[in-house]
Design a protein around this ligand. Structure first.
Ligand code: PEP
Ligand code: MN
Length: 341
């Protein structure tokens, strides 16, 4: 971090200011110019707040050389993280580090037959994880809100029937009480910056699938991951799920460039949700393939056995048959890149 002091600031005052920074564990190099003194901070500056510095009357400019996230930063962890997710019966599934993690299932759990049938179908097609929402964040309070605890029980039944680990969304801390049997906790786009929730997940020992907010920058997504990691939980999967732009031909705009951007900056696995990104079932296979080609470590795809009758997101849900065809192609893509599915 570089701090330019105001022209004319007295050296005694600057030194006293520098001492307060040194107490925070950084070393300081002074460069005295003709009109301005510049301080170069060396060490971990992630806990030093730029805005706080700019509030000081002595400070003219602050330039951050290093990103404000540390634990999520590839700089301090050059290898890709391969996340190992323990599943039922002592099984382990991997995401990242050469493993494509494929998560598939309905938007919401609707009833026993629906979730168990879809779970069997996606397993048959080669999915590694079952998704399904029990607690649903809906834009309208009048839309189907999910089956809640009953939905969780049905998900656990589908897990037992198929042996697939389950991925489901947590919306509030108190719901953790019923998340014991959940293998990956999903934090939805709307909660990406729910810092109370993120801090709680830092104390949790389960993998977290963290979705990018529709208006969040890549850096903000990494800072959200940093919150969880700073609390002690580094089992995080980042997920690009489309951002809000001026165009309305799709539900959101899939930011494919976020994949290489996130992977350059971070060692964490990055997956893509082509369903919420496009909102259109017919577009999902193309975007799923594009995501894998762009380096994604996996996908989360909405699959429904009767999309027309789905209680949530039917328009963007692909059928088990379409998912099966997609998996056939993805296996070839993965082989080309030397990745396991
Ligand atoms: C979902 O996965 O069903 C969901 C609500 O996604 P998002 O948080 O990305 O909108
Ligand atoms: Mn959905």
């Amino acid at each position: 971090m570089i701090i330019a002091m105001k022209p004319g600031a007295g050296m005694d005052e600057i030194r006293r200011f520098a001492e307060t920074l040194e107490k925070r564990g950084v070393k300081i190099h002074f460069s005295e110019g003709a009109s301005q003194t510049v301080l170069g901070l060396v060490g971990d500056t992630s806990t030093i707040d730029e805005e706080g510095l700019l509030a000081r009357h002595l400070v003219d400019k602050v330039i951050r050389v290093q990103e404000p996230y540390k634990r999520a930063n590839r700089l301090f962890h050059p290898q890709d993280t391969r996340l190992a997710v323990p599943g039922p019966g002592g099984t382990v599934r991997y995401i990242g580090g050469g493993h494509l993690g494929i998560i598939a299932g309905p938007c919401s759990v609707e009833n026993r037959d629906q979730i168990v049938d879809i779970a069997k179908a996606v397993k048959e097609a080669g999915a590694g994880f079952l998704r399904g929402g029990a607690f649903k964040p809906r834009t309208s309070p009048y839309s189907f809100q999910g089956l809640g605890c009953e939905g969780m029980d049905l998900l656990l039944e589908a897990k037992k029937e198929t042996g697939l680990p389950i991925v489901t969304e947590l919306m509030a801390i108190h719901q953790l009480e019923v998340f014991d049997g959940v293998d990956v906790i999903q934090i939805g786009a709307r909660n990406m910056q729910n810092f109370t929730l993120l801090k709680e997940l830092g104390r949790c020992r389960k993998p977290v699938l963290l979705k990018r907010g529709p208006a969040a920058t890549v850096t903000e997504l990494l800072m959200a991951a940093e919150y969880i990691m700073a609390g002690g939980n580094s089992q995080i999967i980042l997920c690009e799920r489309g951002i809000r732009t001026f165009d309305s031909h799709t539900r959101n705009t899939l930011d494919l460039s976020a994949i290489p951007a996130l992977k350059k900056q971070s060692h964490l696995p990055v997956i893509v949700d082509p369903s919420h990104a496009t909102g259109l079932a017919w577009m999902v296979p193309a975007m799923a393939k594009a995501a894998v080609a762009a380096g994604a470590d996996g996908l989360i795809v909405e699959v429904h056995n009767n999309p027309e009758a789905a209680l949530c997101d039917g328009e963007q849900s692909i059928t088990p048959a379409a998912f099966g065809s997609l998996m056939d192609v993805l296996r070839k893509y993965a082989a080309l890149e030397g990745k396991a599915v």
